[in-house]
Design a protein around this ligand. Structure first.
Ligand code: GDD
Ligand code: MG
Length: 321
């Protein structure tokens, strides 16, 4: 099975981090955002991932691919645009890479969504309804910044309407950015800048061939700083329940709640860390530091008695005393 990950956005809402790193390679939970997704699709049986890249720093991406193709024993290839093709155009560009003789459906993922990735369930869901396309949806409090999906009254799962970023309330179930599509969807997409949410999904929905599966568990689009930190809190909470070994264990009153720290990070004495903190590789947290609700990316030094909260501290920075 194959998977295409849309990695060609400009990441403008995650500046300054995205000035020096493409958004999909920004660390989340101490690994690049897209690694979470690649590992998830591999677990669901995907053997080949196509990264739909735009123009940005392909050499950084190239190094990432070289490293993880080996580590994960998967084929990871690029499909590179010369101009931005939106969220559907890249599928047309990668057409030959996505179609295989078996005619199997393929996954498409936005690169900035984090969740439990119930992809095996999604494959089953897709088989059960037998139509052309499946999308994952989730409930959020403020649907206005997402694509809203309205289901038919008569059918629990069939999509009646798809409205991208509506100005007025039409429903609270939103597009979670994870799709499973039959190859026939490619026949609907022209090789030009096309938003899948505005031009392709509404059309498939109008033909009653689009189905939506409600995502179990947590979900967040981590493409904006505030949402990144909310997503981090949710992710650490998920690890607490499902993989507590990934979190730091308190040896007294030094750690509060969920904290993840790379094993190469050095944490000084009399620090108080947590809740909801991630500390990257090679960080030095000097004595007496207070951290909560933050990410300290690899190579950061936090000097004595500093207090950092509600922040993302980018790679190799220093925070003074
Ligand atoms: N290759 C390529 N080319 N990728 C692109 C392009 C492009 O021109 N434009 C955007 N992307 C990628 C981004 O890198 C990201 O992974 C994905 O497409 C979605 O773009 P975002 O910029 O993050 O969109 P959004 O968050 O505002 O909205 C989308 O995601 C929501 C869920 O998080 C939409 O799909 C919404 O409907 C959805 O609810
Ligand atoms: Mg996004």
């Amino acid at each position: 099975m194959k998977d295409l990950i849309l990695v060609g956005g400009f990441g403008t809402r995650l500046r300054q981090l995205t000035f020096s790193m493409p958004k999909p390679l920004v660390d989340f939970g101490n690994k690049p955002m897209i690694l979470h997704q690649i590992e998830a699709v591999k677990a669901a049986g995907v053997t080949e991932v196509v990264l739909a890249i735009n123009h940005q720093q392909p050499e950084v991406m190239l190094n990432f691919v070289k490293e993880y193709e080996k580590k994960l024993d998967m084929k990871i290839t690029f499909s590179q645009e010369t101009e931005p093709l939106g969220t559907a155009g890249p599928l047309a560009l990668a057409r030959d890479k996505l179609i295989d003789e078996s005619g199997k459906p393929f996954f498409v993922l936005n690169s900035d969504v984090i969740c439990e990735y119930p992809l095996l369930e999604m494959i089953q869901f897709h088989k059960n309804h037998g139509a052309e396309a499946s999308i994952m949806v989730t409930k959020v409090d403020d649907p206005s910044k997402y694509g809203v999906v309205v289901m038919e009254e008569a059918s629990e799962a069939r999509v009646e309407r798809f409205v991208q970023k509506p100005k007025h309330f039409v429903g609270d179930k939103i597009n979670a950015g994870i799709y499973l599509l039959n190859p026939s969807v490619l026949d609907r997409i022209e090789l030009r800048r096309t938003p899948i949410e505005k031009e392709i999904f509404p059309k498939i929905a109008s033909e009653k061939k689009l189905y939506a599966m409600v995502l179990p568990g947590f979900w967040m689009d981590i493409g904006q700083p505030k949402d990144y930190l909310t997503g981090q809190r949710m992710y650490l909470n998920y690890l607490r329940k499902n993989a507590p070994g990934e979190l730091l264990v308190s040896s007294g009153d030094d750690v509060i709640g969920n904290v993840m720290a790379d094993e190469t990070a050095v944490i000084g004495e009399r620090c108080l860390i947590g809740p909801d903190v991630v500390i990257g590789a090679g960080c030095v947290i000097e004595p007496g530091v207070r951290l909560f609700g933050c990410t300290v990316m690899r190579g950061v030094r936090i000097k004595e008695h500093a207090c950092v909260s509600d922040s993302i501290v980018g790679w190799d920075s220093t925070v003074g005393s």
